[in-house]
Design a protein around this ligand. Structure first.
Ligand SMILES: [Zn+2]
Length: 410
């Protein structure tokens, strides 16, 4: 299948195929001719070459380049466009860098609206409440239980929790549901997974040691399929004086890479100051749910009070430029869950999701699932929804995908 590539798009791809084109002052420079080198591949169109990234270091130094300067708005660029399209269409024949291949496959999978292909490409899920993170299909496979589809959108978390209590949590099958979230991640090509495990899940075990052992076994079972970065969650609604001791005991295991604060955002974050200050001493990532329901100004307040490194949701930032600038300046990323935001009536439609403006403003975002069993949307489907609704283009979504995969390396 042939695709039309916009030059702008090709340049975005070139983040990973850096040598195809180069922009200087809104002009495009194409390497046209250069002496052959072992890694340069000749293409049958008009002497264009595909040079691997490694050669770029030598670009202009050892290679005889005759750049063509073409203004972006020029339409006499069809031949060049064809050559570049050719490279991209047949990239698998030339390229052996798996990251580049995955980028191209991802872009093509979106363009062909193929969710099965998307599921084969590495992605991350950095915001997944494991007890609700498996799909209906997997829950059915594991337990025989049928969970009905949503018949309407929710207006609040309590409304959603009520639906869950009635439709998902009867009977209480904690382990099955958590297992379903790991299987879901595996089947959807999640290679960087941050399973969110709540402290209150301890109630499903005889004692805290059994709880810890259970988490260890789960990680061991799935660690060949993906990199697992467990996240410990504390609930605003369930604050107690002995919570800090439990958090300490759990963090002492070294199993957790991040801490998260869930529950009613209106309760604020002040109760959790001490716990977060302790968490910082473990050098883990500090996250909290904020800006899903409360105003933008509470986002900064939470970041400053808890010394957050990352915000779960944070979409209300869109209403306040000052908050967006704060996130950008302090390099605070957002974990964004589009279907969750839609079904909890945080956005009127996927097409109007603020991730477009947040991302284009320069704020780092990753695309996450939140609660797959409720919102019935895998990570692959989330990407496809954003693409189909023209929220972000395929190249932007690919950059977001790569950002998520590198989240723990940054
Ligand atoms: Zn969440």
């Amino acid at each position: 299948m042939r695709h039309q590539y916009h030059l702008e798009s090709i340049i975005l791809i070139d983040k990973y195929l850096r040598v195809l084109v180069e922009i200087r002052n809104s002009e495009i420079f194409l390497p046209k001719m250069f002496v052959s080198s072992p890694t340069a591949i000749s293409l049958p169109i008009n002497n264009y070459y595909y040079i691997k990234t490694i050669d770029f270091k030598n670009y202009g130094k050892f290679i005889n380049v005759l750049p063509i300067n073409v203004a972006l708005e020029s339409l006499s660029f069809e031949r060049d466009r064809k050559a570049l399209s050719y490279v991209i269409d047949f990239i698998e024949l030339y390229e052996d860098d798996v990251e580049v291949i995955n980028s191209i496959k991802f872009v093509k999978a979106l363009q062909s609206h193929n969710v099965d292909l998307l599921a084969q490409i590495p992605k991350s899920d950095l915001h997944n409440h494991t007890t609700l993170g498996g799909s209906r299909k997997i829950i059915k496979e594991l337990s025989g239980k049928t969970i009905p589809p949503l018949s309407k959108r929710f207006n609040s978390i309590p409304e959603m929790n009520k639906w869950c209590d009635e439709n998902v949590k009867q009977p209480n099958d904690y382990k099955t549901r958590v297992r379903a979230s790991f299987l879901q991640a595996k089947r959807d090509g999640i290679k960087v997974f941050a399973p969110n495990i709540a402290t209150c899940a301890k109630k499903n075990f005889q004692n805290v040691n059994d709880f810890i052992e259970y988490i260890r076994c789960l990680i061991a079972e799935f660690s060949e399929d993906m990199k697992i970065y467990p996240e410990l969650a504390v609930d605003r609604n369930k604050y107690s004086d002995d919570l800090k001791d439990l958090v300490k005991k759990l963090l002492d295991t070294g199993l957790f890479y991040s801490i998260d604060l869930t529950g009613d955002e209106n309760l604020g974050v002040n109760n959790f100051r001490e716990i977060y200050s302790m968490a910082k001493s473990y050098r883990i990532i500090c996250k909290a749910h904020v800006g899903e329901f409360v105003d933008a100004k509470h986002i900064i307040e939470a970041i400053q009070t808890l010394n957050l490194d990352c915000v779960q949701h944070g979409i209300s930032a869109i209403s306040d430029n000052h908050v967006m600038e704060y996130l950008l300046r302090n390099n605070i990323p957002l974990t964004i869950c589009p279907s969750s935001n839609y079904y909890l009536s945080r956005v009127s439609s996927i097409a109007k999701h603020p991730i477009r403006e947040l991302y284009r403003f320069g704020i780092n975002v990753s695309i996450c699932s939140d609660d797959i069993v409720i919102f019935d949307s895998s990570i692959s489907e989330e990407y496809l929804k954003l693409f189909s609704n023209k929220v972000l283009n395929e190249y932007e979504l690919n950059k977001i995908r790569i950002y998520g995969l590198n989240f723990y390396n940054n």
